[in-house]
Design a protein around this ligand. Structure first.
Ligand SMILES: [Zn+2]
Length: 284
């Protein structure tokens, strides 16, 4: 989301929204101010908080408003120089932003798969911080984790769940948590309230370096119109069966219903191979 925000922040400010459509009937979650208020609005900026994108607009009738966008897991936002086909089932919200060189330019919120979970809200600026999607969002892990990281993590919960909890620390998804824990040489099942000062520092450094590495990669490789599928330059996550990039031990994984957690037994779990829940379920 950081790179999406950067790219849209370079392209959109100053551009005007001619009109907006919501083919995804459940995608728009607010009705006051009315969505029609953004017709004729100009984009003034793009910001990110956690996994949320905030697009600032200056509207003719209501002044400054904020479009809050949550893509959930299968959503994308892309800027095309061509309008979406009416038959495009991925379209959720379409903003027509014509420019002289590209009269059909369109900012599209799309979603792949059958579920409709991505959403957009149109809010007055004063309502943004109190919105339920933002109100409980913790400070960001990048570029600098919060000073009270130790207190935030001091819970009897495993790190791989704590670090993905946006109320504990924002901006780490299930993909990058594996690489962060590997860089810090910490077990994904180590409890947050069981970290030494040195381990906490290693974790803090790993958040900065791993998220920074990924953002640098995207900065170099991701351009407009923004891809449907983002590259995932992981070193550990989903690389089970391959050698650890640090010690060459074969990486192991625990499979959950909808994601995989990859780790190095040598670097992270003192040689122990953690229970593969998929396998243990099959063996029951
Ligand atoms: Zn290793």
């Amino acid at each position: 989301m950081e790179i999406v925000t950067r790219r849209l922040g370079e392209a959109l400010p100053g551009e005007r929204i001619e009109s907006a459509l919501t083919p995804g009937i459940n995608a728009l979650k607010t009705f006051d101010p009315p969505f029609s208020a953004i017709d004729g609005a100009a984009f003034t900026g793009a910001r990110r908080r956690g996994k949320l994108l905030l697009l600032d607009v200056d509207t003719p009738s209501r002044g400054a408003l904020v479009l809050l966008v949550h893509l959930m897991s299968a959503g994308r936002i892309q800027l095309f120089d061509k309008r979406a086909s009416l038959r495009d089932k991925t379209s959720r919200v379409l903003f027509r932003v014509p420019v002289p060189t590209h009269p059909d330019r369109e900012l599209r919120v799309r979603e792949f798969g059958t579920k409709q979970r991505a959403w957009v809200k149109l809010l007055v600026p004063e309502a943004v911080d109190a919105d339920e999607a933002l109100a409980h969002l913790a400070p960001e892990a990048w570029p600098e984790p919060p000073d009270d990281l130790a207190e935030r993590l001091a819970a009897p919960r495993p790190l791989h769940s704590l670090l993905r909890d946006q109320r504990v620390i924002a901006g780490i998804g299930r993909t990058w948590v594996d690489d962060i824990l590997h860089a810090a040489q910490l077990s994904p099942f180590k409890r947050g309230d069981d970290l030494s000062d040195a381990e906490l520092e290693a974790l803090r450094d790993a958040m900065v370096s791993e998220l920074g590495r990924v953002i640098d990669y995207y900065e170099e490789h991701v351009q407009l119109p923004l891809p449907e599928k983002f590259p995932k330059p992981t070193r550990v996550h989903a690389h089970q069966g391959e050698p650890c990039p640090r010690c060459e031990t074969v990486l192991e994984a625990v499979f959950y219903e909808d994601y995989v957690m990859t780790y190095c037994p040598h670097c992270q779990t003192e040689g122990r191979v953690l229970k593969d829940r998929r396998l243990s379920r099959l063996l029951k």
